[in-house]
Design a protein. Structure first.
Length: 324
């Protein structure tokens, strides 16, 4: 599909999504290079920016024009106001977000001169998102039809949310991040699509990565078989600067390669969440998985040209103008 046609899909997004999970205040500092173990390096000014994988995903989708409903918890600190304020600015429906005593979720992020990053996560109020909260939000989750999940919330709550949407004939997209090598069977069975990067996929399936980092000749049929055994028939494997691969065990075209979109990278923080938010928006708007992934490549590439997570996300108009 041509670039023009893919970007035209930005005007066809009109669905409703739900995202259950995390919101974090990102404490971000830039350095010339990432420190090694036990090493101290000089950094730039500390910035506090809105983040959290689920908040990011909802914000990315909302900026593209879909209705994004976020379910989660913030704390009783000043970061709660920052997080909810920025999410509301992005157009996210935060009416179901719970307020819990104590600190909100936080991350400590270091970004080097090449845009690569390291992230340390402290859950804070995100740990309060339990099964009781999820079941209380059942009706609103069911009404959304398309659900996005990550693993920054307790696994029991994530599984409960997946089961609610799946049993109501909705579509569930799971991002295995923060990464766990074994996804519980109950969660896998309640999900429809898995989103992982190449390293996570290889670790989940105990497969070797190509020594030359050339994924073009990789045995994707073996990956499909391995993921099917784990309970996933559809998946997207992102390959960083090499694009992504859409896998579908039930399709006549089980492997679809999505070409990368090249930009001058400033900061990759939150780019994976922009990708997932766009896939959610596409699926909710009736797009096929590969079509959603193709659009997500442009949206996440745009995010890499700015600093921070939500702060770097663009509207449909901004993204179209950038790639024109």
């Amino acid at each position: 599909m041509a670039t023009y046609d893919t970007l035209a899909d930005l005007d066809r997004l009109d669905g409703t999504i739900a995202v259950v999970g995390s919101m974090n205040a990102d404490y971000t500092v830039t350095t010339e290079r990432l420190p090694g173990p036990g090493e101290t390096v000089n950094g730039g000014p500390l910035r506090i920016l809105p983040g959290g994988k689920s908040g990011n995903q909802a914000a990315a989708a909302a900026r593209l024009g879909v209705e994004a409903r976020l379910f989660g918890a913030v704390g009783s600190d000043a970061n709660a106001d920052l997080l909810l304020g920025k999410l509301n600015e992005a157009g996210v429906n935060t009416s179901q977000v719970m307020h819990a005593p104590g600190p909100s979720g936080t991350t400590v992020i270091t970004v080097d001169a090449h845009g690569e990053n390291t992230i340390v996560y402290s859950p804070g109020s995100n740990a309060r998102v339990d099964t009781e909260y999820v079941h209380a939000a059942r009706t609103a989750i069911e009404a959304s039809g398309t659900l996005g999940l990550c693993l920054e919330s307790p696994i029991d709550a994530v599984t409960a949310a997946a089961r609610i949407c799946h049993d109501f004939a909705g579509r569930v997209l799971l991002n295995n991040s923060p990464f766990i090598p074994v996804i519980p069977r109950a969660l896998a069975e309640a999900c429809d699509v898995l989103l992982v990067n190449e390293h996570e996929m290889a670790a989940m399936l105990d497969l070797d990565e190509p020594q030359d980092d050339d994924w073009s000749t990789y045995d994707w049929a073996r990956v499909i078989a391995g993921l099917h055994a784990l309970g996933f028939d559809q998946a997207i494997v992102t390959l960083g600067a090499d694009g992504s691969v859409v896998l579908d065990a039930r399709s006549d075209t089980p492997v679809i390669v999505i070409d990368p979109v090249h930009v001058d990278v400033v900061d990759t923080t939150g780019c994976g969440d922009a990708y997932m938010g766009t896939v959610l928006a596409g699926l909710a708007s009736g797009f096929a998985l590969d079509r959603s992934a193709r659009l997500a490549s442009y949206v996440s590439a745009y995010a890499a040209t700015g600093r921070g997570a939500q702060a770097s996300y663009g509207t449909a108009e901004q993204i179209r103008a950038f790639f024109a």
